[in-house]
Design a protein around this ligand. Structure first.
Ligand code: T4K
Length: 389
């Protein structure tokens, strides 16, 4: 890389395009400060800070309606929602088949529930767990399949459900990226037993930190409610070993206001995605994702794949050139979870079992994408990609 950054031509490109202010991979769309101030005033006046307050109740109701789901529990963040999902299904031993191409949280929640992750390779088109490779990983210890809708692209939910039904397995989805995604008219959150969402500040829809767990039945939703509230069922009644996963009023008020602007954000991101796709369509060695038929996408991320043999330089070199230009792209998700020291000793973590995931993790780069990102900046980013090699 030293060569690339010190090479006269690249130095010239970097000198020409270096931005004064950093451009981040994402930025949240902020609600009106005045409206949030009003909420803060209400919180101050009532002194009601957390524990199922007014904003929490309102947010849970409006969010369920927006997403088109019946049973939704809010959480303090997406990781605790996932952690509780396994508890809700009583999965606290054995194995769960999952993808290595994800954020650490998806795998760590298995470990925290004393479950052994079994890594399965991914589909080269969707970058999600490949259902064709799941069956051979099923053993008498397998309890569930944990899929992740990476970048909001749906997993092959029908194929996964067919497999799960055949083998009596639960299906959990990490839907951290999948806010608002639909297959036909049906929310992606309505597939599998449970879907966990994240509303972190880096997500297209945010409540600062936050998350939710979407379940199929009222009974499940009630169990989840107790699990996220210490198992408390009354002032003198604790019915099980719950944890504290509650969202507070500051988050809930923020989330409520975000609901009013998320469509605008999605539209803006879609426009920017289309511009990127147009500008990068014919760059040899650069692959961009396309929309899937019958899917409503949310345009949360803009990943590209960099094939070094065809493009002429590696993903890491492109990343470093961007960094030198003050453009902060991110390698979501490199390294693979299967390579972390805590999991790399597992038999399923062997590289030869995960060839596609390994390749994608070495080639993927998420370019900046958010509603306020200017078209001029996208032109600069695409110009760098087109002219680097
Ligand atoms: N499952 C999946 C598949 C996930 O991707 C995630 C989270 C989870 C589960 C767990 O959900 P949570 O428990 O987080 O709810 C970020 C986020 O921290 C993480 O939530 C997210 N996935 C992951 C994909 O991205 P980092 O380490 O890349 O974040 P950071 O701090 O480097 O932020 C990235 C950029 O975002 C910054 O360069 C600028 C911008 N940013 C960030 C923050 C925090 C802002 O503009 N404002 C902000 O407040 O992990």
């Amino acid at each position: 890389m030293d060569n690339l950054l010190t090479n006269g031509r690249y130095r010239e490109l970097i000198r020409h395009y270096r931005l004064d202010e950093p451009i981040y991979v994402t930025r949240p769309r902020m609600p009106s400060l005045e409206a949030y101030g009003d909420c803060l005033k209400h919180i101050w006046d009532t002194k009601w800070l957390t524990n199922n307050g007014l904003y929490h109740r309102e947010f849970e109701k409006k969010l369920s309606r927006y997403l088109g789901v019946e049973h939704l529990n809010l959480f303090v963040n997406g990781t605790i929602a996932l952690l509780v999902a396994l508890q809700a299904l009583r999965i606290n031993s054995g194995e769960v088949i999952t993808t290595p191409f994800t954020f650490p949280a998806s795998t760590h929640v298995l470990h925290w529930n004393r479950v052994r992750p079994v890594f399965c390779d991914i589909d080269p088109k969707t970058y999600n767990i490949d259902p064709n490779k799941i069956e051979k990983l099923i053993t008498p210890d397998t309890k569930a399949i944990l899929g992740v809708h990476v970048y909001g692209t749906p997993c092959d939910v029908e194929a996964i459900q067919t497999l799960a039904n055949r083998h009596g397995l639960h299906v959990i989805y990490d839907a951290a990226h999948a806010f608002g995604v639909k297959i036909g008219d049906r929310s992606i959150l309505e597939y599998g037993d449970l879907s966990a969402m994240s509303f972190h500040a880096t997500k297209l829809f945010t409540s600062i930190e936050g998350g939710a767990l979407v379940s199929r039945t009222k009974v499940q939703a009630e169990r989840i409610y107790y699990l996220k509230n210490f198992g408390i069922a009354g002032e003198e009644t604790v019915i099980g070993p719950g944890i504290n996963g509650k969202m507070n009023e500051f988050q809930a008020a923020f989330g409520l206001l975000e609901l009013d602007i998320v469509d605008q954000e999605m539209r803006a991101r879609r426009e920017r995605t289309l511009l990127y796709r147009e500008r990068l369509a014919d760059v040899p060695g650069i692959t961009v994702m396309q929309d899937m038929p019958n899917v409503t996408h949310n345009y949360g991320y803009f990943p590209i794949l960099v094939d070094p043999a065809k493009y002429g330089c590696s993903r890491d070199e492109l990343h470093d050139v961007f960094r030198a230009c003050n453009i902060i792209t991110r390698k979501y998700f490199y390294p693979l979870c299967s390579t972390y020291p805590c999991y790399s000793i597992l038999p399923s973590a062997h590289k030869q079992n995960l060839e596609i995931a390994e390749r994608i993790s070495l080639q993927v780069l998420c370019l900046p994408l958010y509603g306020d990102l200017s078209r001029d900046t996208i032109e600069v980013i695409c110009h760098i990609v087109r002219n680097l090699t």
